[in-house]
Design a protein around this ligand. Structure first.
Ligand SMILES: NC(=O)c1ccc[n+]([C@@H]2O[C@H](COP(=O)([O-])OP(=O)(O)OC[C@H]3O[C@@H](n4cnc5c(N)ncnc54)[C@H](O)[C@@H]3O)[C@@H](O)[C@H]2O)c1
Length: 256
């Protein structure tokens, strides 16, 4: 593992998978910019976890669905510590649970703006500021719902499905420039996005029974894969969308 210090930007880093990524990149001694949406206190806790792990950290507010906010956040990071080498985009919102026939347009557009346009805006801004004298890596936190659809999840499945082809297109565009672009597709991970499963053990177990490994994943497990994808050990990996779900998506055709 390449442990030389890099400047790493992580969106949605005040919670869940993003916060775990911050800590795990901190363990590698990196400088981590915690981009947060609205909870400055949680962002500071993430930054402190990075410092405790051996890295350095700063916090910056950023709404990934807003072009100017993304630009301002990256500019602040670059001014403080120089060019960014790694982007982990973990910002996202959960599916609405509303069937398409009833889905209000703002629900659809908010999802696309956050989970798909946010990935586009952060990737584009990363590439604008990237210094060509070093390898670059972009890792998007996607979902198994990029591949396996669920009724009531058209907003989320469409956004994450679109993200797959954003990753693949970016990968071939940026391969000659030494920037690798990949995604992780987690299944059920115990984060605030799965609030009920976090707080209600019986409910959690009723879901975990459907997972071949019989347990939900931990945010740190996603973070270790993200860190590997950003490392020199993954130097030949680009355009990959790697499923991490305890085997859940392998059961797509089972049951009828
Ligand atoms: N938890 C799971 O089971 C699971 C499974 C598959 C994929 N994912 C994906 O992982 C990513 C992280 O989710 P999580 O589980 O850590 O959930 P989480 O709710 O703990 O974290 C999501 C983060 O995104 C931030 N965010 C939301 N809207 C934003 C915006 N407009 N601009 C900037 N930040 C914004 C939130 O503030 C929060 O910090 C998401 O993209 C999600 O789709 C999660």
């Amino acid at each position: 593992m390449n442990t030389s210090r890099r400047n790493v930007v992580i969106t949605g880093a005040e919670s869940g998978i993003g916060a775990a990524c911050a800590k795990i990149f901190g363990e590698a001694g990196d400088h981590v910019a915690i981009l947060y949406h609205s909870d400055a206190q949680a962002a500071e806790a993430s930054a402190e976890a990075v410092r405790q792990a051996g890295g350095t950290a700063m916090t910056v507010q950023c709404s990934v669905d807003d072009d100017r906010s993304v630009d301002a956040a990256f500019a602040e990071v670059e001014k403080a510590c120089g060019p960014v080498s790694v982007l982990v985009n973990s910002a996202g919102i959960n599916m609405s649970g509303i069937p398409v026939r009833d889905m209000p347009t703002p629900v659809w557009t908010r999802m696309l703006a956050t989970d798909l346009t946010g990935a586009f805006l952060t990737s584009r801004r990363f590439l604008k500021g990237w210094a060509a004298d070093r390898p670059g890596a972009i890792i998007h936190i996607s979902s198994i719902h990029a591949e396996a659809v669920r009724a009531g999840g058209a907003d989320y499945c469409a956004a994450k499905g679109g993200l797959t082809n954003l990753v693949r297109t970016l990968a071939i565009e940026e391969a000659p420039n030494n920037v690798r672009v990949n995604a992780v597709e987690p299944g059920m991970i115990l984060t605030p996005m799965n609030e009920r499963a976090l707080e209600d053990a019986a409910y959690r177990k009723s879901l975990e029974v459907n997972i071949p490994m019989k347990r939900a994943g931990k945010p740190e497990e996603v973070a270790y894969l993200a860190r590997w994808l950003a490392s020199e050990e993954a130097a030949y990996v680009t355009g990959a969308c790697i499923v991490m779900d305890g085997g859940l998506s392998l059961l797509q055709g089972v049951g009828a």
